[in-house]
Design a binder for this molecule. Sequence first.
Ligand SMILES: Nc1ncnc2c1ncn2[C@@H]1O[C@H](COP(=O)(O)OP(=O)(O)OP(=O)(O)O)[C@@H](O)[C@H]1O
Ligand SMILES: [Mg+2]
Length: 403
Amino acid sequence: MRYTLMNRNIKILDFEYQQEYQAFLGVSKVYDLTYAPLSLQYCHSKELAHSFYQWFNDRKIPPMRDELQYLLKSLKYTNTTELMMRHYGLSLSDQYWFLPENEDILWEDINFFDNSYSSHNFLEATFRYSDFQLSSDYNISPNASTNGQLSKCWIQKNGKNILFKGANTIYRFEAICEVIASRMCEVLKVPYVEYQCLALSGTKSRALVSACPVMIQSHQEFIPSYHILQVRKKQITHTSADYELYLDILNEHHVPHAREYVEKMNMLDFILANEDRHLGNFGVIRNLDTLKWESVCPIFDTGRSLNTNVSRKYWLEEKTDMKFFTHDFVSSENVCRTFSIRISHQQINKMYELTGLFQELLETYLEELPIHKDDIYMLKKSFEKRIELFESIMYHKHLIIDD
Ligand SMILES: Nc1ncnc2c1ncn2[C@@H]1O[C@H](COP(=O)(O)OP(=O)(O)OP(=O)(O)O)[C@@H](O)[C@H]1O
Ligand SMILES: [Mg+2]
């Protein structure tokens, strides 16, 4: 069967896909790549089919999604490709979609930025929870093309899109880390996605989830940094050195405050000991009317932090490993080498205040978490120690200023 890859109402290319055998048969026609995903714009024409297939595969719910088999079984799908194609490949992170041949649909009629949808089934299959009064009965939703490992579900309530995300770490308090990260970004003065946490009581379980709004508008797309680095494919080293390469590319595209905001993200990750800032968890926002790279993407997905996935006996250790432009972990010292922006005493004091909020949230949701009351003191202490370490590094670099 033939599909057209669309960007809103603009045709990009046709491809052939056989549902029965899940077989991608190739790109049969190219219309115009001007509005194509970045990774297709920068690939050699001979590699187009391969690059498209890779992009297409990355768009599906990944095989490592938590409880994927249960999700597919509950929704009565055999695989994630079928699920994505039945949902037209629609997403809330960009404006691409797949138009099946012989279907006469316009972007205006189908996109989820402007139209309502219901993810009732998806929510129930993901969190075994169904009590929300959701917006419509239309059972196509953006969930079939949202990636990431954690169980997650977009819902629409009172016209607003909200992403719920679960947990899979040892101590399962990712949602609390997301809230702390939002507050920390506020202190650092860097754009961020605002997260909240709430406990969903499902039919069979109660889960702490994070909730956040959509981070782009209907004329924008999120481009993850691994696609951005492809712009200078030959120079990629898969080491921390790619940091400068990444900034060079952002500067070439005149992304405002690029170095400042990326560096502040590094500071955030250092302080919260975030283990998960891989190349899919940050990037830029591109305007689809002008194709301008408008801004760095607001900071999102900082949940795997603050020891939520580290065994208790290591909580107070000084050395931390982080993701930093490599597939492997690097020592957090590598990351603090990038710090060059000044921070005020007042900002440092506000960071210490956040340890109180951390304690409060852990106490509030203690019942939902596999931790003991006594652990809270140690978790708070370890957060304080990270701030102390950050403060001392900044002090020795002469980067702490009076307010
Ligand atoms: N607020 C948002 N608005 C639009 N798209 C979003 C938003 N939050 C997340 N996404 C999209 O969903 C994807 C998965 O979200 P997220 O990274 O938060 O999940 P995750 O399961 O924690 O990921 P990971 O596998 O990196 O741990 C993101 O890469 C992004 O494409
Ligand atoms: Mg992610």
